[in-house]
Design a protein around this ligand. Structure first.
Ligand code: F6R
Length: 609
């Protein structure tokens, strides 16, 4: 997730407005920033890595001439947060300049093709291909207008994008285009603006035009024209008045970042499915070679590791050891060696315990691989290979979208490894890959159909003094995560354990009305889970079950249930089954009057041991 902004003013310099607007988009990314303006057919660019204020101090972002310009605040997905990878990106001659939010899936093929035609690339980004592609299209079709050239170029682009593009060929306009990444136009009597999101221009106008997928927009000082990318046919759309306050706009109308981020999961999962194969292949090569694999993390990221240990075992027949990072040194510090591989998982990439575990493993010559949401973080700098989880900045302290994005990447890795090691049939792999592709829509369905019901459940159970969260198999990890979410934001003590463990102690706590959340997808553990539900019911427990849609056996037993669409393979189930638990925790916290975005005593990034 990044933020883009552009404006064409009737008079005056665009740079100060772009700078201020990028500040308002900083919640979308903040590892690098850049602005390009057009003045007398000359493109001026200032960009660098760092937060906007830091870069402004070094470069004075307001000091660029021209009434037209574009800007970008970055959250790295391809290429580390370095100056060369900061947007805007240009073609070879510096006549075309592009900012982009999204992921160009086929950038490696396009890059190779353009390099063969003599184009020189300076960055590691996917975005730079667009600038060179426009240059090449123009070279091959010199009679095309700027707009026609962009339309032609877009036909070659696969993936998600919101682009804003300037060209010296027609220096009085910005061309924007959208597929999946958000794009909105603002308009007032000073000029026209394009942005990833309304808050960027809300202080100057509340007149906005929403742009849909498959649309291109031409911005000039006089106004805007919208066209369909497929056939260039014109679209008429008048502005609407935005009633949000700037505060509400940053949260897109949601009351908290946490619920916004829960709702973002379908799009985040789509992004994670765009991770380039060669990164996954590289990681798999190391995992395949390892004598022993430790999955190391804290908190929610540890729960992703726990789920991944089932995925690697079931799909790739690879035993892995999930370890709490804070325990790694004591538990494995002496035995880890050159034949060990550590896969560290961390949203922030800065968690002190995780970094310490990795440092210990490195000292003993182990191979360090990682998965993180923050490219450029300490973890990416000390790992041999890393993959970005593509979730965009997460502002709510409780991890939600970053958890499901970690699970999606780990599932893709497990599948790749299964293929490489030839452990399961091609038919099974094909089926799992298809199911993985369906998950963004599945999560969308859960949020759309179950949210209201979960809100009511939160009301019903918000006075409970304690909860159990139980599951079997991979659902143990889902149960652990559901329990952590509820405990950390709604401050209700909760206990999670594999359901089979009940009779070895915890069941002694159960009495009349004791709420027990069971995570019960219809997998191989279903029958035994039903027995565990019966055990609990016999002691008066109230069962809240997360079930597959239409699972009558459990519906007959549970006091309350939340339904997840059918036919989710067990190894993928933590992704959709954790979503109702995130919502349950969120609405319980809200019901109890707590701020779910800022739970007491907790910080987003824990940089102390
Ligand atoms: C819980 C939560 C924490 C983090 C943990 C590790 O909602 O967010 O438990 O998961 O502090 O953080 P990262 O993943 O940044 O290493």
């Amino acid at each position: 997730m990044c933020g883009i902004f552009g404006c064409v003013l009737k008079e005056g310099n665009a740079a100060p407005i772009i700078h201020t607007s990028l500040k308002r988009l900083e919640y979308r990314g903040y590892d690098s920033v850049g602005i390009a303006t057009l003045n007398n057919k000359e493109i001026q660019i200032k960009k660098d890595q760092g937060k906007i204020d830091e870069v402004h101090q070094r470069l004075d972002l307001n000091n660029l001439e021209g009434n037209i310009g574009i800007g970008h605040t970055r959250w790295a997905t391809h290429g580390a947060p370095l100056k060369i990878n900061s947007h805007p990106h240009t073609d070879c001659k510096g006549d075309i300049v592009v900012v982009h939010n999204g992921i160009i899936e086929n950038f490696l093929e396009l890059k190779a093709e353009l390099q063969n035609l003599g184009h020189t690339f300076v960055s590691k980004t996917d975005t730079e291909v667009m600038a060179h592609l426009i240059e090449e299209t123009q070279k091959q079709n010199p009679k095309l207008t700027f707009e026609q050239t962009v339309l032609e170029s877009l036909k070659r682009i696969e993936g998600s994008y919101a682009f804003a593009i300037l060209s010296t060929q027609e220096p009085n306009k910005i061309i924007c285009a959208r597929n999946e990444s958000p794009l909105v136009i603002g308009i007032n009597n000073q000029g026209v603006f394009c942005a990833s999101d309304v808050p960027a221009f809300l202080s100057v106008t509340n007149q906005a035009v929403m742009i849909n997928n498959g649309e291109l927009v031409i911005l000039t000082a006089e106004g805007y024209e919208i066209k369909k990318i497929s056939d260039a046919s014109p679209i008429t759309r008048t502005p609407i008045t935005i009633e949000w306050t700037p505060e509400m706009a940053v949260k897109q109308g949601y009351p908290h970042f946490m619920i916004k981020e829960i709702h973002e999961q379908p799009q985040v999962l789509r992004n994670t499915l765009r991770i380039q194969d060669h990164y996954l292949d590289l990681l798999c090569t190391f995992l395949d070679r390892a004598n022993e694999v430790f999955l190391v993390a804290c908190g929610t990221s540890y729960h992703a590791c726990l789920a991944a240990s089932y995925m690697f075992s079931k799909l790739a027949y690879l035993p892995t050891y999930p370890v709490y990072a804070s325990e790694f040194l004591e538990q494995h510090g002496k035995s880890v060696n050159i034949d060990s591989t550590i896969l560290a998982v961390s949203q922030s990439g800065e968690t002190a315990d995780t970094i310490a575990a990795v440092a210990c493993a490195q000292q003993r010559a182990a191979t360090v691989l990682s998965l993180t949401n923050v490219i450029g973080s300490t973890l990416t700098r000390i790992s041999r290979v890393y993959i970005g989880t593509q979730a965009g900045p997460e502002i709510g302290v409780a991890a939600t979208k970053t958890f499901t994005s970690q699970l999606s990447v780990l599932a893709q890795l497990a599948l790749k490894l299964a293929k490489k090691r030839g452990k399961i049939s091609q038919d099974e792999i094909d089926c799992l890959e298809e199911k993985l592709q369906e998950l963004p829509n599945v999560v969308d369905t859960i949020v759309t159909t179950q949210e209201e019901k979960i809100k009511q459940l939160a009301k019903k159970y918000s006075d409970s003094k304690i909860f159990f969260f139980l599951g079997r198999g991979i659902s143990t990890a889902t149960a652990f995560e559901g329990r952590l979410k509820l405990m950390e934001i709604a401050y209700i003590p909760a206990i999670a354990f594999p359901a089979g463990e009940s009779k070895h102690g915890p069941i002694s706590l159960v009495e009349d009305g004791f709420p027990v959340v069971f995570v019960c997808p219809k997998d191989d553990t279903h029958k035994t889970t039903i027995s565990n539900i019966m055990e609990m019911k016999a002691r008066g427990a109230h069962i809240i079950a997360i079930i597959e849609e239409g699972d009558q056996d459990i519906k007959n037993l549970a006091e309350d249930y939340i339904e997840v669409p059918k036919d989710i393979p067990a190894v993928l189930s933590p992704i959709p089954y954790s979503v109702p638990l995130q919502l349950l925790a969120y609405y319980t916290a809200v019901e109890k009057g707590y701020d779910p975005d800022m739970p007491r005593n907790l910080a987003k990034s824990v940089t102390v041991k």
